[in-house]
Design a protein around this ligand. Sequence first.
Ligand code: ATP
Length: 388
Amino acid sequence: MTEIRLEHIFKRYDNGFEAVKDLSLCLPAGSFTVLLGPSGCGKTTTLRMIAGLETVSSGNLYFDNERMNDAPPKDRDIGMVFQNYALYPHLTVFENIAFPLRLRKIAKKELEERVQSAAATVELGHLLDRKPKQLSGGQRQRVALARAIVRKPRVFLFDEPLSNLDAQLRQQMRAEITRLQRLVGATAVYVTHDQSEAMTMADNIVILHEGKLQQVGTPQEIYANPTNRFVAGFVGSPAINFFKGEVRENSGTITFHEYGASAGITIPSSLFTAQKLPTGKCTLAIRPEHLFFTEMRNSAGSMAEMLSFSATVQREEFLGHERLVYVQTAPNLPTIVIRLAVGGNVTETGMQIGSEVNLFVLPHHCCFFDESGKRIVIGESRGEFLTE
Ligand code: ATP
């Protein structure tokens, strides 16, 4: 198994455009890392530098302790799977899978055994005589996967391999790819702009924006503890709610004032002291599932210290397993979404459109970001609370 290390990597294209800026990462041997970010953030460029298909402008790329900057692609021992499958239309499934082995002049008997085994792994053993045009999209992608695993490479690289598939097949192939990666044991790097793909597949997610690293962490860490406003907004569906405003302090009472809202939100002083939460402009962010319509009791039975504010119900969406309620704290302010799990904290009857509601949130579920978008670290409390 191979550790991949990037040290202060930059990519400047010939036209002077800097697509990757000072990227340093360590991808543990055998891990599955997803490069996630919006279109143009530098994901594919990073992957192609690892593959040797793009030169590294400056910085160092290592596979284990071997510097790979100048190694040609064929010497990197990589299996790559692309969005468009890149199959040879005139070759059968067998020959497509066998292609990398023929390049390496593997003996006939071994070649046949390895192709059969790779095909069986992706359940294509019965289709070896077909041409790509006689296959479904999912089957074509399986051929591309078999071709990548047949060489038993030390590194797997995936560039949006599921984008051409329908939603159901995509979900099935996600599980297939992670199963194959664990089976082969190769270190995997997977590019996508789909955050749900990243959340479901990754051991670690690397978030890029405008060529710069934003955060690295497990899906849980990234979701629960975004280091900046960009990450908070990019990960999660429906997206996290943002409230632009400022923190004020008046005679020891700390409040958050959303710009355009009539009333401030009192911040419980026991958890957020003035020292920890600086006064001034900031953005408050709260995930849709962390907003409640009722106060909570803590484990001792007393009412939990919560932030509370009022809002007007705009509309509601019923999605079977959950209900999304959209509210506004004042006209012209962005809509806030609240997620209610059906069977959990859901109100059996729908909310009345136009009604005034009080919303509650636990302090440790509030993320504050400064004007530059950086997370302001406050209250570490993780008190245990029970719903009434
Ligand atoms: P997508 O999800 O759309 O594929 P990406 O995050 O993979 O996006 P890259 O393909 O890595 O993005 O491109 C990063 C930036 O580099 C983009 O702004 C792109 O326009 C630019 N770029 C890519 N290739 C070249 C090139 N050969 N010359 C100049 N600029 C390039």
